[in-house]
Ligand binder design. Sequence first.
Ligand code: NAG
Ligand code: NAG
Ligand code: NAG
Length: 495
Amino acid sequence: MASSSSRTHLWLHLLYLVLVLVQSGCLLQVADSTTGIGVNWGTVSSHKLKPSTVVDLLKQNRIEKVKLFGSDPDVLQTLMGSGIQVMVGIPNEMLATISSSTAASDLFVRQNVSRYMVKGGVDIRYIAVGNEPFLTSYAGQFQSLVVPALLNLQQSLARANLAAYVKLVVPCNADAYESSLPSQGAFRPELTQIMTQLVSFLNSNGSPFVVNIYPFLSLYGNSDFPQDYAFFEGTSHAVTDGPNVYSNAFDGNFDTLVAALTKIGYGQMPIVIGEIGWPTDGAPGANLTAARVFNQGLIYHILSNKGTPLRPGVPPMDIYLFSLLDEGAKSVLPGNFERHWGIFSFDGQAKYALNLGLGNKLLKNARNVEYLPSRWCVADPSKDLTDVANHMRIACSAADCTTLDYGGSCNGIGAKGNISYAFNSYYQLQMQNSQSCDFDGLGMVTFLNPSVGECRFLVGVTDTTTAHSSAFTPPGRWCAIVWMSVLWGVWVFLM
Ligand SMILES: *[C@@H]1O[C@H](CO)[C@@H](O)[C@H](O)[C@H]1NC(C)=O
Ligand SMILES: *[C@@H]1O[C@H](CO)[C@@H](O)[C@H](O)[C@H]1NC(C)=O
Ligand SMILES: *[C@@H]1O[C@H](CO)[C@@H](O)[C@H](O)[C@H]1NC(C)=O
């Protein structure tokens, strides 16, 4: 009897201690420090910053987690010694090879992962195997490759002694699951089996489920979608789901996934948001104010640790904002906004005030950006511009003119403004090559910035680490010739 009562005392003491810790915020602090805010660093841009400038930008803004879409050697070399945690990516197109060949999978791990995981190297934490491979619009073409690729890569990681540290994940689009109410969430019927295999694999290897969630696209694609439900400022269109009330699309979407995971037996699976953000241009709902309000609301919501109705107090493990920089060479098939997701413009300048919750109150701009000279190409006002349509078409099919269209920041600068904008975009894309401002004599170079209001006429940046239009510089060609003669010599010698 005495011993059991002293045990009760011990338990009460422990309980008291826990309560004191909770009260003083100690436990909350622990939970707080585990929610990471990272960014996606995509590089589909015609004006690329040097990787070293981007890594410095990340450090200046205390961003400690970055998600890549590949494993570009220049980028990874620059991340060496930075202390930044990295998710590298394997493009969908590589899944066929990696899923069918352990040699290919070993080679990938050796060349693109283990090589960098040395002292003072790159802190690679995740490998994203494919990017949204189950997207409805891919019509199932990558579907059967994902799990075999995971199995091969897991073995390759084990052989490289990295399996305990580097986790395999599969970023999924939120179209992998559906439901009108969050609690009814389920994976698409044709994905149920594959998702069960995938999630069981993730679970047994300690990997999170990675999902990309885009309230902007819900709003953009659906004129009935209540605008205020996309944001975090409260809504007059709350969704009532049994005892739970949802006041923003993010929570509703997140819990739909939680319900879908629960349905296949993995309700506790940790979730990482692989992409989330709001574009600033290229559509009526894409503007600076909306992007700031969405991203800031999201960050405060995540950092409040409130979680969602189905996961109270458990926010996502990490979120990766989409995106760090604008990518002016992305396909505009989904819409013109595709080129304008950055919290920074292509040249690393903050677009709006944003507190990432990482220590700085505001974003800091990139330092030491190397711009081309301050000059622009515009339409010569003394010329007759009636025959300019073809020039414009060619300029805009090569360069980015998305801001000119309806909903863009340069829509409304007039016919002559349109022409000048197109000419300048092309001229900067061609690294200000003087012939590229000719347009049969209709263009002229100016030293006066033609930007008007929010419509910015850009000046390109120089990315001296990669060669431009002329792929072989003279010394490069010379080296290639020498190498070819050496190889030819070896071949002749061996015969
Ligand atoms: C893997 O690394 C090699 C060698 O650095 C590089 O050429 C290749 O592009 C990388 N593969 C991917 C998918 O990024
Ligand atoms: C910015 O976008 C929001 C919604 O995304 C919209 O309500 C607002 O009218 C837009 N602002 C401007 C100035 O276009
Ligand atoms: C400028 O170009 C945009 C996009 O093609 C078009 O919507 C707009 O009407 C043009 N403006 C004028 C004045 O022609």
